[in-house]
Ligand binder design. Structure first.
Ligand code: MRU
Length: 344
């Protein structure tokens, strides 16, 4: 099976599934120039930490096709575009991780042919995606080893196939378990304000045949209290060296609830999400998004008085003390995270 959310088509064009149109329509769009790609990432047409990394890799190859054959001019334009794309979303480290991989290839290229360099960039972008497929499979397998048939699970935002390549991270063990004949009951938080849980997680889980119930974010407590949740599984955008984790806004609240109700709280992500340069969550930049996403975006009429201030951080940091385990493709890390993450 091949990923269909981001790919090069037969004409070597970059195609993405426009996630903003789901679940109503499955629309595929071509990304051509740097502004197009920046906007697609900023407006969450392509989203999810690993997916924006994969898109960034392909983007740099696609853009390189338009560069001058003079390698000095080529390189100058390459690094400028790479920096521009990197500024589209600051919190998920995977975007800069993938762009840095592409940058390194250009920096270290010793040949004299722009065409050869383009070919290498194409290969590197495909490699980033292929590696992600393998990572997601391994994460899914590792995550599944912690689950039992019949469990009630809760997830926040969307960390499924669409946010990665195949399987996803947090949704991976659920989808893999289903394929292996297990049954889970999954509660999907709707995830205000952009509704990734309602629009994308519910869509992907339903498609995979999982028993899925959508809840508003503020219903997680009652569902947990009633004993319906045996584990929480979430993705991540950046993991600091001490195990603090940035993920979609609202994740830290879910972790606090899980601790209160004594429910294991698992974070799942590839090692490309690990940023040992961030000592703690304090070092992670939190993206602030437009206020209209809260007051008007999903409503025919504005649902907040005109002029009222809104605060719209896209992510929050879950303290490492609330996390039962961090599940990566290389293994399951338990506290103390400073040691277990370093050992990866
Ligand atoms: O703003 P988004 O939708 O890109 O946020 C996505 C998340 O927070 C995901 O949980 C995270 O990127 C992991 S995706 C495998």
């Amino acid at each position: 099976m091949k990923p269909n959310n981001i790919y090069l088509n037969d004409e070597d064009k970059l195609i993405i599934l426009d996630q903003t149109k789901l679940p109503g329509e499955e629309v595929y769009i071509e990304l051509e120039d740097a502004k197009d790609i920046y906007d697609a990432i900023f407006h969450l047409k392509v989203r999810g930490a690993p997916a924006i990394g994969i898109c960034g890799g392909y983007a740099m190859y696609i853009l390189s096709k338009g560069y001058d054959d003079d390698l000095n001019v080529f390189k100058e334009k390459f690094f400028k575009d790479s920096e521009y794309l990197n500024s589209s979303r600051p919190t998920a480290v995977n975007l800069s991780w993938a762009l840095n991989r592409m940058n390194k290839l250009v920096e270290e290229y010793k040949g004299d042919s722009a065409d050869e360099l383009r070919k290498l960039l194409r290969e590197e972008a495909i490699k980033i995606q292929d590696e992600d497929i393998e990572m997601c499979k391994a994460i899914s397998k590792n995550g599944l080893s912690l689950l039992e048939d019949g469990m009630g699970l809760l997830t926040h935002c969307n960390a499924g196939p669409m946010a990665t390549s195949l399987y996803g991270t947090a949704l991976g063990p659920m989808i893999l378990g289903k394929e292996e004949g297990m049954n889970f009951h999954v509660f999907a938080d709707e995830t205000r304000p952009l509704l990734q849980g309602a629009r994308l997680t519910a869509y992907e889980l339903q498609k995979a045949g999982l028993d899925t119930t959508l809840i508003c974010d503020n219903m997680a407590s009652i569902v947990m209290k009633s004993g319906k949740v045996q584990a929480v599984l979430v993705g991540c955008d950046r993991i600091a060296a001490n195990g603090d984790v940035a993920n979609k806004i609202g994740t830290s609240g879910v972790a606090i609830l899980a601790k209160h109700y004594n429910i294991p709280f698992y974070v799942l992500g590839p090692t490309s999400t690990l940023d040992l340069n961030c000592k703690t969550g304090e070092d992670i930049e939190i993206e602030l998004r437009p206020e209209e996403e809260i007051s008007t975006k999903w409503y025919e009429k504005a649902m907040a008085p005109k002029g009222v201030k809104a605060y719209n951080p896209a992510f929050d940091v879950t303290d490492h003390s609330l996390i039962t385990a961090i599940i990566t493709e290389k293994g399951i890390c338990r506290p103390p995270y400073e040691e277990s993450l370093k050992n990866l």
